[in-house]
Design a protein around this ligand. Structure first.
Ligand code: SF4
Length: 424
């Protein structure tokens, strides 16, 4: 969501006549878009603001703008610690940035805008897309859940869905503009529409978008296992553009820890969903999120997580060592797991998952798959292109290719985090 907002910030400024530079020494405006999800976001923000202060002392006309979740959450603190900030905008005020910069020039005073809810969906703003063939489209913002480790409900508010017509129109416009792959974004995509219609409309949305001619790949992130429904599986299976990949966050394999996390599903139910998804869409790849070292996690709880990972056989996992986010319920729970124990469990989890990822990728050896090229040459090897399969696996391919090109390939090599392939 944060990357999506950054693309909107860039697009919005370009539509107001700004041009992009990566050299801070040349910049008239520096925008920092913060994310409060990851650890150390605040240290990095204040560190960067400290460096920018010195640049600004030499070039007082340079403007510094800060936005995003962390600024929404800690607005008073950010402004107190870095009074040299010119513009600050909250998560619901991305669209105001050009006006705030204008106000700063007119009044000579810092300009801030924070709101408690959105009136313009960030996806409705112009975007400067990182890749011309791929677009992020926010279908909802905010979240009605209250997972005890998560800061999102505090910084993004309750769920607000974007009308379906708007989403479909936006996707049509993107496809007309050359986009072939869209990733729908929502904190809890499968409750999309509940605030509009009293019922979840996500399956309807998938079917409606599948009818957009020219859209080759449709992805979404993330569904919440608690709110998952069979009609979403049916819509996925019946919609050729919906990719054979689902990100299905597990977080923990222990029912006791899931309850402490206020994740309102239990492990057998979670695994039951996986079974249903895989039987409806046999080649689907599944990725997940797992947190290690949540307050109170015992060896038995961690063993349950390892067992769940073995049973679920994820294609890949984002693994996190728990760290408290001030303001969340988990941060007040006490009962921390000692850091060396967290590290040791984390290493065991990563080892198990890498083994499973490799086994899953080996199963693809010799198969023919479609790759959408993302980079013509990789960073390490200019003569090697990088693409992504419909199952969201990274593929390295010999030879130069055009980003945005579809290439059918035969998988010739398997590694935990990528496949190697040759053109079919
Ligand atoms: Fe955070 Fe996701 Fe839980 Fe919502 S469902 S509170 S965004 S972890």
């Amino acid at each position: 969501m944060n990357e999506h907002d950054s693309e909107r910030v860039a697009g919005l400024l370009e539509s107001h006549g700004y041009t992009r530079t990566t050299a801070i020494d040349e910049a008239d405006v520096v925008v920092l878009n913060t994310c409060a999800i990851r650890e150390n976001a605040d240290n990095r923000l204040y560190g960067t603001l400290g460096q920018l202060k010195r640049t600004k002392e030499q070039r007082p006309a340079m403007r510094i703008a800060v936005g995003g979740c962390l600024v929404q959450k800690d607005k008073q603190l950010v402004l107190a610690k870095a009074p040299w900030v010119d513009v600050a905008f909250g998560t619901f005020a991305v669209g105001e940035l050009p006006h705030l910069l204008g106000r700063r020039e007119r009044t000579g005073l810092p300009a801030f805008e924070f709101r408690e809810q959105t009136d313009v969906f960030p996806s409705a703003l112009p975007a400067r897309r990182e890749q011309p063939f791929h677009a992020w489209v926010a279908v909802s913002v905010g979240c009605d859940n209250s997972c005890t480790f998560c800061i999102v409900p505090f910084v993004r508010g309750p769920q607000v869905s974007r009308p379906m017509d708007d989403v479909v129109k936006e996707v049509r416009r993107l496809v007309d503009d050359g986009v072939v792959e869209v990733t729908l974004l929502g904190q809890n995509v499968n409750t999309y529409g509940r605030d509009l219609d009293g019922r979840a409309l996500f399956a309807d949305l998938l079917r409606a978008l599948d009818r957009v001619e020219g859209l080759r790949r449709l992805r979404f992130t993330s569904p919440h296992p608690h709110d998952f429904t069979p009609d979403v599986i049916d819509a996925m299976a019946a919609s050729p553009s919906v990719c054979e990949h689902i990100h299905f966050p597990l977080q923990s394999g222990s029912d006791r820890i899931l309850a402490r996390m206020r994740r309102s599903y239990r492990i057998e139910r979670y695994l039951g969903w996986l079974e249903r998804i895989r039987s409806a869409i046999p080649d689907i790849a599944v990725s997940t999120d797992v947190i290690v070292g949540f307050p109170g996690e015992s060896e038995a709880d961690f063993a349950a997580t390892l067992e769940a990972v073995e049973r679920a056989r994820f294609d890949s996992a984002y693994t996190f060592q728990y760290s408290p986010r001030p303001g969340t319920a988990a941060a007040e729970m006490g009962d921390p797991v000692p850091p060396d124990l967290v590290q040791e469990r984390f290493a065991r989890l990563v080892e198990a998952q890498e083994r499973i990822s490799l086994e899953r990728n080996r199963a693809a050896l010799g198969t023919r798959v479609e790759a959408l090229i993302e980079e013509s040459g990789s960073r390490k090897d200019a003569a090697r292109a990088t693409g992504r399969t419909r199952t969201n696996k990274l593929v390295h391919l010999e030879g130069r290719r055009r980003p945005g090109e579809f290439v059918d390939v035969i998988v010739t090599g398997a590694h935990p985090h990528h496949l190697a392939a040759v053109p079919a």
